[in-house]
Design a protein around this ligand. Structure first.
Ligand code: NMX
Ligand code: MLT
Length: 437
């Protein structure tokens, strides 16, 4: 049994009484109330989910296991790949799962576990190849994941009929490890099949998850660090976002990780969620095209932003359901870009949009948050390094998001969270309550 699994077992068992005590002794304590606006408006701000893996403060942004993004990178400094700047995804996943910074040996063990599990089965390749080649890569990614459901250790153990509730995290962990290991290989296969003439690059047993992904899609340094950074930054955004929440909801029915994460990916594929990074690039390219690839002036940019809003579209990459300031994931990417691609015209345009869009959105007066989110920046760095097939960008998001979602699913089963089943009401009831005040 791996050290990670032993550490997790200890941690889960030590944590469980806290949840049991809260539920049993303090179950009636009120932590929120819900108004009509929230019932109609997507349950915004309703506090009814629990996770200890990350927390999103509206002003400050995300903290992973209590650490801001810079603090996370600092804490994982010992796991930076030689010659690079970013820590390994392996060390970060250990941290997300356990809340502890791994030793070199512990991170190495995760690396070895992933290597053992990463091979993409031929039947997945067969399914992908049977799909029309113009299928969206997110549809392929989701299909690839659900196709592997037949291998679920959780489903198998559950089916044997003697899996105790307190042991459910163990097979969920097994599935999570296999999925995290395979997703980069699946994503790279889709990428090369769709966009690189169906030529493929074998996985390299010596490379960490980020470095190996870079190699498999045909990229060289420093793109390996871009991959690591992307996967880490996109990993988790507390539990209420569409991809994490969907996965949690589906898994709450004791569906396994394959069913659950495939469902989460389908949510990530929506333009108001992960697909926004593809939309941002599309929007920028359209803008540049209108100007024969010249960088627009601020005045022209302002006009393009207004044209977008007036045609009823949203400005992709701006606004957020929780955040009320610039997303620190945007800032982290901006700092990387400042260092590695300061003179890139698209990067300069992204910076110019940052100067203009918040004012336009504020004047427009609808959005509660005129500042950029993670998606406003992601595409530009990819584009610079030659990953220009922007309908692939959300797949990159999906490889990263798995780290947080799957860590959460392991803990969900560890802590025995219930099947999720909120209550609905009718419009007539709302009208009655509205009338009564
Ligand atoms: N451009 C134009 N209008 C906007 C924008 C924007 N970027 N953001 C919000 N609004 C509008 C929104 O459509 C709504 O209009 P209406 O009343 O007509 O329905 C109004 O402002 C109030 O919305 P908010 O309460 O500020 O935002 P909400 O919490 O409902 O939605 C988003 C959050 C992220 C869905 C929204 O800001 C948006 O559509 N942004 C653009 C898409 C995007 O970047 N999504 C990526 C989010 C991050 N991620 O990776 O998932
Ligand atoms: C995310 O990373 O999931 C997005 O920023 C959306 C969200 O948090 O609602």
């Amino acid at each position: 049994e791996s050290t990670l699994k032993q550490v997790l077992k200890q941690k889960i068992e030590a944590f469980r009484p806290r949840i049991q005590k809260l539920n049993k002794e303090f179950g009636e304590v009120v932590i929120d109330k819900v108004n009509i606006g929230q019932a109609i408006g997507g349950a915004r701000d309703v506090r009814c989910l629990v996770t200890d893996i990350s927390y999103l403060d509206p002003q400050e942004g995300i903290r992973f296991r209590g650490k801001t993004i810079p603090e996370t990178f600092e804490a994982l400094k010992a796991h930076v790949v030689p010659g690079g700047e970013m820590p390994t995804v392996e060390s970060f996943f250990y941290f997300l799962l356990t809340g502890e910074i791994p030793t070199k040996e512990q991170a190495q063990e995760v690396f070895a576990e992933f290597k053992k599990r990463e091979a993409l089965p031929q039947y997945v390749i067969d399914v992908l190849r049977a799909m029309p080649r113009d299928s969206h890569p997110m549809a392929m990614f989701s299909a690839g994941i659900v196709t592997m459901q037949r291998e679920s250790v959780f489903a198998k153990r559950y089916g044997e009929g003697n899996l105790k509730k307190t042991d459910m995290w163990d097979p969920m962990y097994e599935d999570a490890m296999t999925l995290v290991a395979r997703l980069p290989v699946l994503a790279a296969y889709i990428y090369r099949m769709k966009y690189k003439g169906d030529t493929h690059i074998a996985s390299d047993a010596s490379l960490d998850l980020g470095g190996n992904f870079a190699k498999m899609i045909g990229q060289v340094k420093p793109y390996d660090d871009v991959a690591r950074m992307y996967f880490i930054l996109h990993s988790d955004h507390e539990s209420g976002n569409v991809s994490a929440h969907t996965s949690h909801l589906v898994a709450s029915a004791l569906s396994d990780a394959y069913y659950s994460y495939s469902a989460g990916i389908n949510g990530l594929a929506g333009p108001l969620h992960g697909l926004a990074n593809q939309e941002v690039l599309g929007w920028i390219q359209q803008t540049m095209k209108k100007l024969n690839n010249q960088v627009p002036s601020k005045e022209q940019l302002k006009q393009f932003l207004w044209d977008t809003l007036n045609s009823g579209q949203v400005i992709p990459g701006y606004g957020h359901a929780v955040l009320r300031k610039t997303d620190p994931r945007y800032t982290a990417q901006n700092e990387f870009a400042k260092k590695h691609l300061p003179n890139d015209p698209l990067f300069q345009l992204v910076n110019m949009i940052y100067e203009v869009a918040p004012g336009v959105l504020t004047e427009h007066g609808k959005t509660k948050n005129p500042w950029p989110n993670v998606d406003a920046h992601s595409g530009v760095i990819q584009w610079y390094y030659g990953v220009r097939e922007w309908d692939f960008y959300t797949v990159l998001f999906g490889v990263g998001r798995a780290l947080g979602v799957l860590a959460n699913l392991v803990w969900d089963r560890g802590l025995g969270y219930a099947i999720e089943r909120p209550k609905s009401v009718t419009t007539e009831m709302l009208e009655k309550w509205a009338h009564e005040g």
